[in-house]
Design a protein around this ligand. Structure first.
Ligand code: PRP
Ligand code: HPA
Ligand code: MG
Length: 179
């Protein structure tokens, strides 16, 4: 295990089981719909690529890069679009794929944008939900698992751009970000 990790919350096997369940629900709900799956970079990259390989239906993929955390463990409060979609969402069934919903700022911003762009439907699939920290009232339609109010890293999630490539999700030792 990486020395900076206090404890592992979800092993790769745990994550795979969560993804299989979510993929079953999504495949059932989107049968015949050809949704546009929008991966929110960078955190959701591992989750999205594993999730779509478990889906039965045709999907299209696009990517949007938004950021509010910079190199910190607290949201700056301002969400910035760093890379926009290539695809028009007008008239499309959009499935936003997120790694984590924390304060909810990122998600509420994205939903607002996609509504103004006339998406036919907007749903959200998140691997993790951290409801204790919510500032914006927003809920995902598909939730992998709820996590406690701790800063988690791995499987796409970073602290200061590190730990994204860990194959598991763990809690970072507080001394790493307190120093
Ligand atoms: O609910 P919130 O408080 O808005 O937090 C959740 C968002 O924050 C993280 O992204 P971040 O801005 O760190 O960018 P990254 O995915 O590139 O790490 C995470 O991947 C979510 O997108
Ligand atoms: O717990 C977290 N870990 C990493 N990135 C995050 N972005 C929001 N919450 C988190
Ligand atoms: Mg981040």
């Amino acid at each position: 295990m990486n020395d900076d990790i206090l404890k592992v919350l979800y092993s790769k096997q745990d994550i795979d089981a969560i993804i299989k369940r979510l993929a079953g629900e999504i495949s059932r709900d989107y049968a015949g719909k050809n949704p546009l799956v929008v991966c929110i970079l960078k955190g959701a990259i591992m989750f999205m690529t594993d999730l779509v390989r478990e889906l039965d239906e045709y999907v299209e993929l696009d990517f949007m890069d938004v950021s509010s955390y910079g190199n910190a463990t607290e949201s700056s409060g301002e969400v910035k679009v760093i890379k926009d979609l290539d695809t028009s969402v007008a008239g499309r069934d959009v499935l936003i794929v997120e790694d984590i919903v924390d304060t909810g700022r990122t998600l509420s911003y994205l939903i607002k944008i996609f509504k103004t762009r006339d998406a036919k439907s907007i749903k959200v699939c998140t691997l993790m939900d951290k409801p204790d920290r919510r500032i914006k009232t927003v809920e995902a339609d598909y939730v992998g698992t709820q996590v406690p109010n701790e800063f988690v890293v791995g499987y796409g999630l970073d602290y200061a751009e590190r730990y994204r490539n860990l194959p598991y999700i763990g809690v970072l030792k507080p001394e790493i970000y307190q120093n």
